[in-house]
Design a protein around this ligand. Sequence first.
Ligand code: 147
Length: 659
Amino acid sequence: SLATPARAAAPRQVTIDGAAGGRVFDGVGALSAGGSSRLLIDYPEPQRSRILDYLFKPGYGAALQILKVEIGGDTNSTDGAEPSHMRTPSDLDCDRGYEWWLMEQAKARNPRIKLSALQWGAPGWAGSGEARPTVWTTPDIDYLTSWLGCAARHHLHIDYLGGWNEAYSDPGWYVRLHQALRDHGHGDIKVVADDSFNWDVLGPIAADAGFRDAVDVVGQHYVCGYLSDYLRCPSPAAAQALGKPLHASEQGSLPYDSGAAPLARALSRPYIDGGMTSTINWSLIASWYDTMPFQASGLMGADEPWSGAYVAGPSIWATAHTTQFTAPGWHYVDSAKGYLNGGGSYVALRSPDSRDYSLVAETVDATAPQRLRFSVTGGLPDRPVAVWSTDLSSTDSRRWFVRAGSVRPGDTLTLRPGHVYTLSTTTGQGKGRAVSPPPAPLRLPYRDGFQSYADGATPRYISDLDGAFEVSPCTGRAGRCLRQVIGTQPVWWNGWLRRPVTVVGDLKSWRDYEAGVDVRLDGDGWAELLGRVDGQWADAVSGIHLRLSADGDWQLYDENLRGQDSTLCVPSDPACAGVARQRTHPAQRRTLAAGHAAVPARKWHRLRLGFSGDQVTASLDGARLARVGTPVHASGQVGLGVSPWRHAEFDDLSVTPVR
Ligand code: 147
C-alpha cells in the first residue's frame, strides 16, 4: 500500500485548504495545427474512432479539456499546409480540411470540451501585401469572423481566438478584432494575445489601455523552454499582477514516448511557477508522414492510415492524471502547490462547490522515494480518496494509469521516483483498452486516378506541404484530376516552403519503384514529379525531382538537406526580433541531367521516374530523358510540385514496384 506509517524523516506536509486562494483552472488541451492531424481522417474504422476516444472521450484516455485548431491558410505551417475556408474575398467553403470534422468528433465525445482557434497564415488577399506580408489587416478580421460563421454552421461554439501564431502583435489590430467579435455576436469569445514568446506582449499591454481591454487571456508559448527538460515554467510578476488568465497556449513538440516525463512536469509547473491556468500541447496527435519535421511529436501517434496502427502511450496517461480528475472552472488550491525536496512537484485543485478535490504529484526528477503527508481542511471532504499512479520509467502499459488503492487525509504516502500520482475524491475514471493493429508498410502498387472523390476533396493519403491540391474536373480530358488551386502567395508563417508541393507514400519501404503521373501545365511555369522523398526541412523537399517547364525545358535534380542550418530561429536571438524563425535555409540542389523537349503547353504529358538501387531513370511521354545515379536517397515517397502559384493538373498517379 502507498500509505506508510510516519517514520523519523519528516515527510512534506501538504494541506489542501478549500478556503485558500487559487486561480481558476481553464483546462489542459492539445493543438491540431501544421498538418499534424492530416492522416487521421484517412484511418479506417474502428481504429479511427478508438483513437478519437483515446484523445477526447471522458474516462477513457487523455480526456482533453481544450482542443485548439489551426485556421488553415493554404500555407506550410510545419508538417503541411491546411486548407483555408476563404481563398478569395468571394469564396467561402465551410467544409474544407479536417479541423471541422475533428472539432465535431471532440464535441460528440465531450460536449463540454472548449475550442480554441488560431491562424498560422492566411490567403494573400487577407494580408498586408508587403514584401513580408502580415495579417494585421481589416480584411483578415473579416476573414476570421467568416471562419467563426463557418464554425456556427457546424454548430461549434469557439471559446478562444488568437491573433497570429508566433508573430508578435499589432495592438491596434487586436482592438479592432475585439470590436468586430462584438459586432458579429461573438462577444463571448475570449481573445488570446499573443501566442508568442518571452512575455514580450506585456510591454504593449502595459502601454496601451485599449489593447489591455481587448485582450482576455495572455497566452505564451514554450514557457518551460523549448525541446528541453521543461523544468521551470516562470512568468514575470507583471503578468501575474495583470488580473487576466495566463495560458501556456502552446508547448510540447516532444515525442509521445520520450516526451511523457517533460510533459508531466509541464502540466503542473506552469501554474506552480507562473500562475498559468491552461496548457496546450503541440501536437494533439502525430498524424503526419515521418518525412516531415518533428517526427512523432504528439500526445499519441497515428501515421499509418493503411494499417490502422496507432500508439497510445505514456503521454496520454500523463495527461489523464490531470484531465480525468478536474474540469475547467475548478480552482487551484494555493496552499497545496510546490516542489518536493528530492525532486518532483505537486498541485491541488478543487471543484467550485468544494465537494471534490484532486492532488496531482509527479516525481519524474526524483532519484529516491519522496514522502508526502496530506491533510484536508477548509470545507473539503475529509474521507478516503482513490489513488491512481503511472510509472513513467516503465514501458509496460500495465503500469500506466492504474488504480492503486485508497488513502485518507492524514496518511503519509511514499511516492516512488519517475511516477505521476493523482489522489482524488472524484469517480468515473477509466483506462481505454482498445489495442492497435500491428504496423505495416504501405504496399505497392499504389494508384490514384482521382475518379472516386467529390470535387474539392483531398485524395486519400495525399498530404499537401504547401498550397492546396484538390480533386476537380480535368481540363482537356474526361473525368477528375488533381489540381493545385491556390493562385497567389498566401501570407506565410515561417516562409520556408513557398511553392506548392504534395507528397504521398511510405518513407522506408518504397525503394525500387516506377512512379508516373500525367501532368498538364496551364500555359506557364513548371510541374514536377518527385521520387524517393526522404525528408523536408526549411525550403528543401529532399528527394529526386523531375521538372517539366511549359517551354519544354526539363531538369532532373537532387534536392537534399545537407548543408541545412537546422537550428531554429530562437526568439532570444536578436536576429529573430519581431518574427520567429525568419531565417532562410536555402536548399542544396544538384542538377543530374537537363534538356529540352518539344512539348506543346496545355496538353497532357506523362512524367516517369524509375528507381532501381542507386539508378534513376526519367522519361517523358514514354521516351527516356536520362539515366543517372541517385546520390543520396535510398527510399522515399513520391510527390508533385507546381511553380508558384500556377494551377497545374495531375492525373493517374501510379507507383509500381520494380525488381
Ligand atoms: C512551434 C509552432 O508554433 C508549431 O506550429 C510547431 O511548428 C512547433 C514545432 O516545434 O513549433 O514554433 C516554435 C518556434 C520556435 C520556438 C518554439 C516553437 N522556439 O524557438 O522556442
